[in-house]
Design a protein around this ligand. Sequence first.
Ligand code: CP
Ligand code: NVA
Length: 308
Amino acid sequence: MTHFLDIHKTSKADLRNILDVAKTVKDARAGLPKATLDAEQPLAGHMVALIFEKPSTRTRVSFDVGVRQMGGQTMVLSGQDMQLGHGETIADTARVLSRYVDMIMIRTFEEDTLLELADHATVPVINGLTNRTHPCQIMADILTFEEHRGPIKGKKVVWVGDGNNVCASFLHAAGQFGFDMTFTGPETLDPEQEFIDLARAEGSTIEIVRDPFEAVKGADLVVADTWVSMHDSQTTKERRHNQLRAYQVNDELMSHAKPDSLFMHCLPAHREEEATSSVMDGPHSVIFDEAENRLHAQKAVMRWCLGK
Ligand code: CP
Ligand code: NVA
């Protein structure tokens, strides 16, 4: 079974192929040559379950639209409305859903839920975000970077703020796509060592630099995310804000990165907290290209999962 669970679990060749297909399907919709892929309707007759245990705008809409563009149908399910949310095991849910649908995308809390679902499903399972990782986002982000600046291999990406789930998938991508990464944020919010070790084992230079101005020197890409993620307790909100205020991405911080550096944020953003509107809407920002590219990247991920 071909699941898309995390970037480091997919081979480098397959990741590159997925991005090539994503670019091709994107160009096809823009009316450029090779405009044949969607016409093939590769998901005709396929039903895709989209399960959400957390809120979503981009993931929900981009998967739904992507499946429909490829001729398939979707069923959007809320975890709370399923028996899954009321004591039915994940394994049984996986076995039952596999009898009805051709692919499952899930956004959930615990990584173990995703892994157990994948273990027991007989159809492909896609990670639509867990507390630990968000691989579909980073596939869209690599696509976005390369559209604007060419190959990401050898570039310097600086993650500013909380070493969260999105940061973790960026670290996975650093190892697989061969770029370097610097994390800058308070020590208590460092990314897990496991993610850093994996990237280093693949040959990427991964640094932790506490001073954000020092960290962004030479950056080709500066990335921010919310200071409080969906799985974080609201009781930590004030402490996190106090710790992270010095790590706001504003015009001054961006002026210390390379002049042609890009700024990314997976969204949703809290404007004037982790990043100012002047940066989000400014010349470095590609945040809405990232959002659009969720659609194209995920269409390619789904085709890969189904062998289409
Ligand atoms: N970036 C992202 O995954 O957005 P949603 O939470 O809106 O899906
Ligand atoms: N880190 C954020 C990403 C949202 C897409 C969260 O998990 O809430």
